[in-house]
Design a protein around this ligand. Structure first.
Ligand code: 5GP
Length: 187
């Protein structure tokens, strides 16, 4: 891999504080209800594990995995579910938990797919939001941090399976090869 230069965007302490705030907000919104939290693999699993441990409402957990085909780190909009949830969501309060929304194409596909299964309610909680990169209009219901363009890693987000376990979030600067494995981008 070419030499990379990384700059810290959010520290572990900043992330912890923000996740606690989000959990309080979600707990208020869902008071008296049970939540089904659907984590989008792989990138959201660390965020989701911190978030659900801070929730004050009962919750169940399930996971979904999507792949989008595109060039480099750019999503093409051709999204496929490679691992589906195992829960019947009919009538349930469902919260999709995503690592990052970029073009919005993946989360739109996941939202449409789950909405067609008639949940009682469906919202999206995203750790990072690159609002300026949307190809379609999409607003998440809960956003951890809004960020500018740039490829970020850490706190579950990877670069070719590296950096996922970093407790802080970093932006990788230009000049780094982002897609050493070909055109399939893990969503
Ligand atoms: P979309 O463009 O469909 O909104 O995002 C597709 C997926 O690309 C995201 O779920 C995420 O896994 C990945 N992605 C987008 N931007 C970044 C980034 O800056 N860093 C990492 N590690 N993954 C990203």
């Amino acid at each position: 891999m070419p030499t990379s230069s990384k700059e810290m965007l959010f520290s572990q302490a900043q992330i912890r504080a923000r996740v606690q705030q989000m959990a309080r907000e979600i707990s208020r919104d869902y008071a008296g209800r049970e939540l089904l939290v659907v984590g989008v693999l792989k990138g959201a699993f660390i965020f989701m594990s911190d978030l659900i441990r801070a929730l004050e409402v009962p919750c169940r957990a399930d996971f979904i995995r999507a792949a989008s085909y595109g060039a480099g780190d750019e999503s093409s909009g051709c999204v496929e579910i490679t691992k589906d949830i195992e829960t019947d969501i009919t009538g349930r309060d469902v919260l999709i938990v995503e690592d990052i929304v970029d073009t919005g194409l993946t989360v739109q596909y996941l939202t449409e797919t789950l909405r067609a299964r008639h949940p009682g309610s469906l919202k999206v909680c995203v750790f990072l939001d690159k609002k300026g990169r949307r190809k379609i209009p999409f607003e998440a219901d809960y956003v951890g941090f809004s960020i500018d363009d740039g490829f970020v890693v850490g706190y579950g987000l990877d670069f070719a399976e590296q950096y996922r376990a970093f407790p802080d979030v970093y932006v990788i600067h230009a000049g780094v090869e982002k897609d050493p494995d070909g055109g399939k981008v893990d969503a």
